[in-house]
Design a binder for this molecule. Structure first.
Ligand code: NAI
Ligand code: MG
Length: 372
Protein backbone atom coordinates (compact mmCIF):
# COMPACT_ATOMS: atom_id res chain seq x y z
CA UNK A 1 0.00 0.00 0.00
CA UNK A 2 1.23 3.48 -0.85
CA UNK A 3 2.17 5.79 2.02
CA UNK A 4 -0.29 8.49 0.96
CA UNK A 5 -3.75 8.39 -0.57
CA UNK A 6 -4.30 11.61 -2.48
CA UNK A 7 -7.64 12.71 -3.96
CA UNK A 8 -7.01 13.76 -7.57
CA UNK A 9 -9.54 16.39 -8.73
CA UNK A 10 -8.67 18.04 -12.05
CA UNK A 11 -12.08 19.75 -12.33
CA UNK A 12 -12.70 21.90 -15.40
CA UNK A 13 -10.81 23.52 -18.24
CA UNK A 14 -7.06 23.88 -17.82
CA UNK A 15 -7.38 22.08 -14.47
CA UNK A 16 -6.76 18.94 -16.52
CA UNK A 17 -3.76 20.37 -18.35
CA UNK A 18 -1.94 21.44 -15.19
CA UNK A 19 -2.80 18.23 -13.31
CA UNK A 20 -1.11 16.25 -16.09
CA UNK A 21 1.94 18.43 -15.53
CA UNK A 22 1.78 17.78 -11.77
CA UNK A 23 1.77 14.06 -12.39
CA UNK A 24 4.96 14.20 -14.45
CA UNK A 25 6.78 15.84 -11.55
CA UNK A 26 5.26 13.66 -8.82
CA UNK A 27 6.27 10.55 -10.75
CA UNK A 28 9.79 11.90 -11.28
CA UNK A 29 10.05 12.52 -7.53
CA UNK A 30 8.79 8.95 -6.95
CA UNK A 31 6.40 10.13 -4.26
CA UNK A 32 4.98 7.07 -2.52
CA UNK A 33 1.35 7.91 -3.19
CA UNK A 34 -1.83 6.57 -4.70
CA UNK A 35 -3.82 9.16 -6.69
CA UNK A 36 -7.56 8.59 -6.58
CA UNK A 37 -9.53 10.48 -9.24
CA UNK A 38 -12.79 12.22 -8.29
CA UNK A 39 -15.65 14.02 -10.05
CA UNK A 40 -16.06 17.73 -9.55
CA UNK A 41 -17.01 20.73 -11.68
CA UNK A 42 -19.34 22.15 -14.27
CA UNK A 43 -20.16 18.92 -16.09
CA UNK A 44 -21.55 17.44 -12.85
CA UNK A 45 -23.57 20.57 -12.17
CA UNK A 46 -25.11 20.38 -15.65
CA UNK A 47 -25.90 16.69 -15.63
CA UNK A 48 -26.47 15.89 -11.95
CA UNK A 49 -27.37 19.30 -10.56
CA UNK A 50 -24.42 19.12 -8.18
CA UNK A 51 -20.89 20.29 -8.97
CA UNK A 52 -19.65 18.38 -5.92
CA UNK A 53 -21.42 15.00 -5.87
CA UNK A 54 -21.68 13.19 -2.52
CA UNK A 55 -19.39 10.43 -3.79
CA UNK A 56 -16.63 13.02 -4.16
CA UNK A 57 -17.14 14.26 -0.61
CA UNK A 58 -16.83 10.63 0.57
CA UNK A 59 -13.66 10.25 -1.51
CA UNK A 60 -12.14 13.33 0.13
CA UNK A 61 -12.92 11.92 3.55
CA UNK A 62 -11.09 8.68 2.69
CA UNK A 63 -7.85 10.40 1.61
CA UNK A 64 -4.94 12.19 3.29
CA UNK A 65 -5.23 15.33 1.21
CA UNK A 66 -6.42 16.58 -2.17
CA UNK A 67 -4.78 18.04 -5.23
CA UNK A 68 -7.26 20.20 -7.14
CA UNK A 69 -7.07 21.73 -10.63
CA UNK A 70 -9.67 24.42 -11.24
CA UNK A 71 -13.39 24.78 -11.66
CA UNK A 72 -15.68 26.86 -13.81
CA UNK A 73 -18.33 28.90 -12.02
CA UNK A 74 -21.00 31.03 -13.63
CA UNK A 75 -23.59 33.51 -12.32
CA UNK A 76 -26.90 32.23 -11.04
CA UNK A 77 -29.13 32.66 -14.12
CA UNK A 78 -26.53 31.28 -16.50
CA UNK A 79 -25.90 28.28 -14.26
CA UNK A 80 -29.61 27.44 -14.22
CA UNK A 81 -29.93 27.82 -18.01
CA UNK A 82 -27.13 25.35 -18.65
CA UNK A 83 -28.67 22.49 -16.66
CA UNK A 84 -29.71 19.49 -18.79
CA UNK A 85 -33.48 19.38 -19.29
CA UNK A 86 -34.10 16.68 -16.62
CA UNK A 87 -32.49 18.92 -14.00
CA UNK A 88 -34.35 22.11 -15.01
CA UNK A 89 -37.16 23.60 -12.91
CA UNK A 90 -36.23 21.61 -9.80
CA UNK A 91 -35.12 24.77 -8.04
CA UNK A 92 -31.49 23.60 -7.97
CA UNK A 93 -29.02 26.24 -6.81
CA UNK A 94 -25.39 26.29 -7.89
CA UNK A 95 -22.79 26.36 -5.15
CA UNK A 96 -19.09 26.69 -5.81
CA UNK A 97 -17.60 23.27 -4.99
CA UNK A 98 -14.38 24.80 -3.75
CA UNK A 99 -16.17 27.09 -1.30
CA UNK A 100 -18.28 24.13 -0.18
CA UNK A 101 -15.26 21.88 0.36
CA UNK A 102 -13.59 24.58 2.45
CA UNK A 103 -16.67 24.82 4.66
CA UNK A 104 -17.50 21.09 4.79
CA UNK A 105 -13.99 20.05 5.79
CA UNK A 106 -13.36 23.20 7.81
CA UNK A 107 -10.28 24.15 5.80
CA UNK A 108 -9.98 27.36 7.73
CA UNK A 109 -6.58 28.55 6.54
CA UNK A 110 -5.78 29.67 3.02
CA UNK A 111 -2.05 29.93 2.54
CA UNK A 112 -0.76 31.78 -0.52
CA UNK A 113 2.99 32.19 -0.89
CA UNK A 114 4.08 34.86 -3.38
CA UNK A 115 7.81 34.59 -3.90
CA UNK A 116 9.80 36.06 -6.79
CA UNK A 117 12.08 33.54 -8.47
CA UNK A 118 15.04 35.30 -10.06
CA UNK A 119 15.04 35.24 -13.82
CA UNK A 120 11.28 35.54 -14.11
CA UNK A 121 10.90 38.63 -16.26
CA UNK A 122 7.32 38.98 -15.02
CA UNK A 123 8.57 39.77 -11.50
CA UNK A 124 7.81 43.25 -10.27
CA UNK A 125 11.06 43.05 -8.39
CA UNK A 126 13.26 40.08 -7.52
CA UNK A 127 13.21 40.54 -3.74
CA UNK A 128 9.51 40.00 -3.07
CA UNK A 129 8.81 37.13 -0.68
CA UNK A 130 5.32 37.43 0.76
CA UNK A 131 3.09 34.85 2.39
CA UNK A 132 -0.62 35.62 2.71
CA UNK A 133 -2.80 33.90 5.30
CA UNK A 134 -6.43 34.34 4.37
CA UNK A 135 -9.30 33.21 6.59
CA UNK A 136 -11.16 30.74 4.46
CA UNK A 137 -14.56 29.86 5.90
CA UNK A 138 -16.15 33.00 7.34
CA UNK A 139 -16.31 36.71 6.67
CA UNK A 140 -18.08 38.11 3.66
CA UNK A 141 -17.99 34.70 1.96
CA UNK A 142 -20.04 33.01 4.69
CA UNK A 143 -22.89 32.78 2.21
CA UNK A 144 -25.49 34.31 4.52
CA UNK A 145 -27.18 36.62 2.04
CA UNK A 146 -30.65 38.03 1.42
CA UNK A 147 -32.40 39.16 -1.71
CA UNK A 148 -35.23 39.99 -1.73
CA UNK A 149 -34.91 41.07 1.90
CA UNK A 150 -37.32 39.10 4.14
CA UNK A 151 -39.51 41.35 6.31
CA UNK A 152 -38.46 39.54 9.48
CA UNK A 153 -34.77 40.21 8.77
CA UNK A 154 -35.41 43.88 8.02
CA UNK A 155 -37.52 44.25 11.13
CA UNK A 156 -34.89 42.62 13.32
CA UNK A 157 -32.28 45.02 11.96
CA UNK A 158 -34.57 48.03 12.45
CA UNK A 159 -35.24 46.94 16.02
CA UNK A 160 -31.57 46.50 16.80
CA UNK A 161 -29.63 49.08 14.85
CA UNK A 162 -30.32 52.82 14.46
CA UNK A 163 -28.44 53.06 11.17
CA UNK A 164 -30.89 50.66 9.54
CA UNK A 165 -33.64 53.31 9.52
CA UNK A 166 -32.21 54.74 6.28
CA UNK A 167 -33.22 51.55 4.55
CA UNK A 168 -36.63 51.15 6.17
CA UNK A 169 -38.62 52.03 3.06
CA UNK A 170 -36.53 50.44 0.28
CA UNK A 171 -38.68 47.79 -1.46
CA UNK A 172 -37.63 44.23 -0.56
CA UNK A 173 -36.42 43.37 -4.04
CA UNK A 174 -34.40 46.57 -4.32
CA UNK A 175 -32.19 45.84 -1.34
CA UNK A 176 -29.66 43.07 -0.86
CA UNK A 177 -27.67 42.15 2.23
CA UNK A 178 -24.56 39.96 2.49
CA UNK A 179 -23.41 39.28 6.02
CA UNK A 180 -19.78 39.65 7.05
CA UNK A 181 -19.58 37.14 9.86
CA UNK A 182 -16.48 36.85 12.05
CA UNK A 183 -16.06 34.57 15.04
CA UNK A 184 -13.46 35.06 17.72
CA UNK A 185 -12.27 31.51 17.16
CA UNK A 186 -12.02 32.10 13.41
CA UNK A 187 -9.95 35.24 13.94
CA UNK A 188 -7.66 33.63 16.46
CA UNK A 189 -6.88 30.54 14.46
CA UNK A 190 -5.94 32.40 11.27
CA UNK A 191 -3.77 34.85 13.17
CA UNK A 192 -2.14 32.03 15.10
CA UNK A 193 -1.30 30.16 11.89
CA UNK A 194 0.36 33.30 10.54
CA UNK A 195 2.46 33.75 13.67
CA UNK A 196 3.37 30.05 13.82
CA UNK A 197 4.55 30.26 10.23
CA UNK A 198 6.58 33.40 11.00
CA UNK A 199 8.16 31.63 13.94
CA UNK A 200 8.95 28.44 11.99
CA UNK A 201 10.51 30.25 9.05
CA UNK A 202 12.17 33.13 10.91
CA UNK A 203 9.98 35.87 9.50
CA UNK A 204 10.34 39.30 11.18
CA UNK A 205 6.76 40.56 11.04
CA UNK A 206 3.10 39.71 10.65
CA UNK A 207 0.85 42.38 9.16
CA UNK A 208 -2.86 42.21 9.91
CA UNK A 209 -4.75 43.72 6.97
CA UNK A 210 -8.23 44.95 7.90
CA UNK A 211 -10.21 48.18 8.20
CA UNK A 212 -11.13 48.53 11.88
CA UNK A 213 -11.64 52.30 11.72
CA UNK A 214 -14.73 51.77 9.51
CA UNK A 215 -15.81 48.14 9.86
CA UNK A 216 -15.60 48.41 13.60
CA UNK A 217 -17.11 45.19 14.81
CA UNK A 218 -15.64 42.58 12.45
CA UNK A 219 -12.28 44.08 11.52
CA UNK A 220 -12.12 45.37 15.08
CA UNK A 221 -12.41 41.84 16.41
CA UNK A 222 -9.65 40.58 14.10
CA UNK A 223 -7.21 43.32 15.12
CA UNK A 224 -7.99 42.91 18.83
CA UNK A 225 -7.36 39.17 18.69
CA UNK A 226 -4.19 39.71 16.65
CA UNK A 227 -2.83 42.04 19.35
CA UNK A 228 -3.61 39.44 21.96
CA UNK A 229 -1.94 36.57 20.10
CA UNK A 230 1.09 38.68 19.13
CA UNK A 231 2.00 38.90 22.86
CA UNK A 232 2.90 35.20 22.75
CA UNK A 233 5.44 35.68 19.95
CA UNK A 234 8.32 37.76 21.21
CA UNK A 235 10.59 38.97 18.45
CA UNK A 236 7.91 38.94 15.75
CA UNK A 237 6.38 42.35 15.20
CA UNK A 238 2.68 42.84 14.61
CA UNK A 239 1.95 45.54 12.05
CA UNK A 240 -1.59 46.81 11.46
CA UNK A 241 -2.48 48.20 8.06
CA UNK A 242 -5.80 49.20 6.55
CA UNK A 243 -6.60 47.14 3.48
CA UNK A 244 -6.84 50.12 1.11
CA UNK A 245 -3.47 51.48 2.23
CA UNK A 246 -2.03 47.98 2.02
CA UNK A 247 -2.86 47.85 -1.69
CA UNK A 248 -0.83 51.00 -2.11
CA UNK A 249 2.11 49.85 0.04
CA UNK A 250 2.29 46.52 -1.75
CA UNK A 251 2.79 48.33 -5.03
CA UNK A 252 5.22 50.82 -3.52
CA UNK A 253 7.38 48.72 -1.16
CA UNK A 254 6.42 45.03 -1.31
CA UNK A 255 9.89 43.99 -0.14
CA UNK A 256 9.19 45.53 3.30
CA UNK A 257 6.44 43.02 4.08
CA UNK A 258 6.67 39.37 4.97
CA UNK A 259 3.64 37.54 6.38
CA UNK A 260 0.18 39.06 5.85
CA UNK A 261 -3.02 37.94 7.54
CA UNK A 262 -6.56 38.94 6.59
CA UNK A 263 -10.18 37.92 6.61
CA UNK A 264 -11.72 36.09 3.67
CA UNK A 265 -12.48 38.80 1.10
CA UNK A 266 -9.61 41.15 1.94
CA UNK A 267 -7.24 38.18 1.82
CA UNK A 268 -8.67 37.12 -1.53
CA UNK A 269 -8.04 40.54 -3.06
CA UNK A 270 -4.66 41.23 -1.45
CA UNK A 271 -3.33 37.79 -2.39
CA UNK A 272 -4.18 38.38 -6.05
CA UNK A 273 -2.28 41.65 -5.87
CA UNK A 274 0.68 39.85 -4.28
CA UNK A 275 0.54 37.12 -6.93
CA UNK A 276 0.85 39.68 -9.69
CA UNK A 277 4.03 41.07 -8.09
CA UNK A 278 5.72 37.72 -8.74
CA UNK A 279 4.44 36.96 -12.21
CA UNK A 280 0.71 36.52 -11.90
CA UNK A 281 -1.62 33.58 -12.12
CA UNK A 282 0.97 31.33 -13.74
CA UNK A 283 2.97 31.43 -10.49
CA UNK A 284 0.34 31.60 -7.75
CA UNK A 285 -0.01 28.50 -5.59
CA UNK A 286 -2.31 27.97 -2.65
CA UNK A 287 -3.18 25.61 0.16
CA UNK A 288 -6.48 25.26 2.01
CA UNK A 289 -5.55 23.83 5.38
CA UNK A 290 -7.68 22.46 8.21
CA UNK A 291 -6.73 20.68 11.40
CA UNK A 292 -6.56 17.23 9.78
CA UNK A 293 -6.98 17.70 6.04
CA UNK A 294 -5.76 20.00 3.31
CA UNK A 295 -6.58 20.77 -0.30
CA UNK A 296 -3.98 22.23 -2.64
CA UNK A 297 -4.83 24.23 -5.76
CA UNK A 298 -3.28 26.82 -8.02
CA UNK A 299 -4.97 30.18 -7.62
CA UNK A 300 -5.97 30.48 -11.26
CA UNK A 301 -9.31 29.35 -12.64
CA UNK A 302 -10.24 27.10 -15.54
CA UNK A 303 -9.20 29.62 -18.27
CA UNK A 304 -11.74 28.23 -20.76
CA UNK A 305 -10.09 29.80 -23.79
CA UNK A 306 -7.00 27.61 -23.34
CA UNK A 307 -8.67 24.33 -22.45
CA UNK A 308 -6.93 21.22 -23.73
CA UNK A 309 -4.26 23.22 -25.57
CA UNK A 310 -1.51 22.50 -23.01
CA UNK A 311 -0.52 26.11 -23.37
CA UNK A 312 -0.81 27.53 -19.86
CA UNK A 313 2.00 27.80 -17.35
CA UNK A 314 2.13 24.79 -15.00
CA UNK A 315 4.44 26.52 -12.50
CA UNK A 316 1.53 27.62 -10.28
CA UNK A 317 0.49 23.97 -10.08
CA UNK A 318 4.05 22.72 -9.54
CA UNK A 319 4.52 25.20 -6.68
CA UNK A 320 1.20 23.92 -5.35
CA UNK A 321 2.62 20.38 -5.40
CA UNK A 322 5.55 21.73 -3.39
CA UNK A 323 3.13 23.07 -0.76
CA UNK A 324 1.45 19.67 -0.62
CA UNK A 325 4.77 17.90 -0.09
CA UNK A 326 5.65 20.35 2.69
CA UNK A 327 2.32 19.70 4.39
CA UNK A 328 2.76 15.93 4.10
CA UNK A 329 6.11 16.35 5.87
CA UNK A 330 8.11 15.43 2.74
CA UNK A 331 10.24 18.51 3.25
CA UNK A 332 13.31 17.35 1.34
CA UNK A 333 11.20 16.38 -1.70
CA UNK A 334 9.55 19.79 -1.49
CA UNK A 335 12.94 21.52 -1.41
CA UNK A 336 14.20 19.52 -4.38
CA UNK A 337 11.09 20.45 -6.34
CA UNK A 338 11.33 24.14 -5.51
CA UNK A 339 15.01 24.18 -6.51
CA UNK A 340 14.22 22.50 -9.80
CA UNK A 341 11.42 24.98 -10.54
CA UNK A 342 13.75 27.86 -9.69
CA UNK A 343 16.43 26.41 -11.97
CA UNK A 344 14.05 26.11 -14.94
CA UNK A 345 12.88 29.70 -14.42
CA UNK A 346 16.45 31.01 -14.13
CA UNK A 347 17.59 28.97 -17.12
CA UNK A 348 15.02 30.80 -19.26
CA UNK A 349 14.97 28.19 -22.03
CA UNK A 350 11.68 26.38 -21.52
CA UNK A 351 8.89 28.91 -21.05
CA UNK A 352 5.17 29.06 -21.68
CA UNK A 353 3.52 31.90 -23.59
CA UNK A 354 2.91 34.10 -20.54
CA UNK A 355 6.70 34.24 -20.02
CA UNK A 356 7.30 35.05 -23.65
CA UNK A 357 8.12 31.49 -24.70
CA UNK A 358 6.53 28.84 -26.87
CA UNK A 359 6.91 25.72 -24.71
CA UNK A 360 3.87 23.67 -23.79
CA UNK A 361 2.56 22.99 -20.29
CA UNK A 362 4.00 19.49 -20.37
CA UNK A 363 7.39 20.58 -21.75
CA UNK A 364 7.83 22.87 -18.75
CA UNK A 365 6.90 20.00 -16.43
CA UNK A 366 9.40 17.72 -18.21
CA UNK A 367 12.09 20.38 -17.85
CA UNK A 368 11.40 20.62 -14.10
CA UNK A 369 11.42 16.83 -13.81
CA UNK A 370 14.72 16.78 -15.68
CA UNK A 371 16.38 19.24 -13.33
CA UNK A 372 15.25 17.56 -10.11
P1 NAI B 1 -8.76 32.34 -14.97
O1 NAI B 1 -7.78 32.30 -13.86
O2 NAI B 1 -9.36 31.07 -15.37
O3 NAI B 1 -8.04 32.95 -16.25
C1 NAI B 1 -7.84 34.32 -16.53
C2 NAI B 1 -6.70 34.48 -17.50
O4 NAI B 1 -5.47 34.37 -16.80
C3 NAI B 1 -6.63 33.41 -18.56
O5 NAI B 1 -7.45 33.69 -19.65
C4 NAI B 1 -5.18 33.43 -18.91
O6 NAI B 1 -4.90 34.49 -19.78
C5 NAI B 1 -4.52 33.70 -17.58
N1 NAI B 1 -4.09 32.47 -16.90
C6 NAI B 1 -4.75 31.77 -15.95
N2 NAI B 1 -4.04 30.72 -15.55
C7 NAI B 1 -2.89 30.76 -16.25
C8 NAI B 1 -1.73 29.92 -16.29
N3 NAI B 1 -1.61 28.85 -15.50
N4 NAI B 1 -0.75 30.24 -17.15
C9 NAI B 1 -0.85 31.31 -17.94
N5 NAI B 1 -1.90 32.13 -17.96
C10 NAI B 1 -2.92 31.85 -17.11
O7 NAI B 1 -9.89 33.39 -14.53
P2 NAI B 1 -11.28 33.76 -15.25
O8 NAI B 1 -11.11 33.82 -16.71
O9 NAI B 1 -11.76 34.94 -14.51
O10 NAI B 1 -12.26 32.59 -14.90
C11 NAI B 1 -12.49 31.45 -15.72
C12 NAI B 1 -13.32 30.47 -14.93
O11 NAI B 1 -12.56 29.97 -13.82
C13 NAI B 1 -14.60 31.08 -14.36
O12 NAI B 1 -15.64 30.15 -14.53
C14 NAI B 1 -14.28 31.27 -12.89
O13 NAI B 1 -15.41 31.20 -12.10
C15 NAI B 1 -13.33 30.11 -12.63
N6 NAI B 1 -12.40 30.32 -11.51
C16 NAI B 1 -12.13 29.23 -10.74
C17 NAI B 1 -11.22 29.30 -9.71
C18 NAI B 1 -10.90 28.07 -8.96
O14 NAI B 1 -11.02 26.98 -9.49
N7 NAI B 1 -10.49 28.14 -7.72
C19 NAI B 1 -10.52 30.56 -9.38
C20 NAI B 1 -10.82 31.64 -10.32
C21 NAI B 1 -11.74 31.51 -11.32
MG1 MG C 1 -9.47 35.07 -5.90
Amino acid sequence: MAKYRIAWLPGDGIGNDVMDAARIVLDALAVDAEYVPGDVGWEFWRTEGDALPDRTVELLKSTDCCLFGAITSKPKEEAERELVSEQQAKGLVYFSPIVRIRQLLDLHTNLRPCKAYPGNLLNYRDDVDLVVFRENTEGLYSGVEFHPLPDAVRQALLDNHPKMSRFAEVPADEIAISCRIFTRNGCRRIVRQAFEYAKQFGRPSVTVVEKPNVIRETSGMMVREARDIAKEYLGIELWETNVDAMAMWLVKNPQDYSVLVASNMFGDIISDLCAQLVGGLGFASSANIGDNYALFEPTHGSAPKYVGQYKVNPIAMLLTVKLMLDWLGEVSLAQRLEKAIGAVIADAKVRTYDMGGTASTLEVAEAVAGSL
